[in-house]
Design a protein. Sequence first.
Length: 170
Amino acid sequence: MNDSEATRKSKSQRRREALALQTLAESLTALGESDLARIPLWPDLEAAVAGARGLERAARRRQIRYIARLLREGDSGPIEVALDAVRRPGRREAARHRRLERLRDALVRGEESPDALRAVLSGPDFQQLRHLVAAARREDGNEAGGSGGRRLFRFLRDRGLDVPDTPGVG
């Protein structure tokens, strides 16, 4: 078998790829203006997606096939990645939540000092942080549980202290 035969795709594989591009085209036409602005589209593709907005039935199907053809001619990889990011903003929020929990737990266990956050907090906020950490540590020893850990978590979240590059916070 020579190289041209090895790289040639079966009809079924070509059909699957065409259907995947059509699905991507349908997804692009279903996006709102603000979400569509976050997708890296080249000018011809952007015009085609905008042109599909007012169409119905057969005209819309033809336009979606046209958009799929444009996607086939260009690089659809970055578009798929951006579309996934637009569709699933919850991943980012879940990662932020986990960072906050790790920071809170490190503060309560004493692995991280509240003094490390002094550079990013003002005087009253820093005093409140120290107070919340002390309350959470007291409650951590009790088996009854309390709201100290939750209050500390909310404080960290509201101040935006989950950023991984905060000085002194790991």
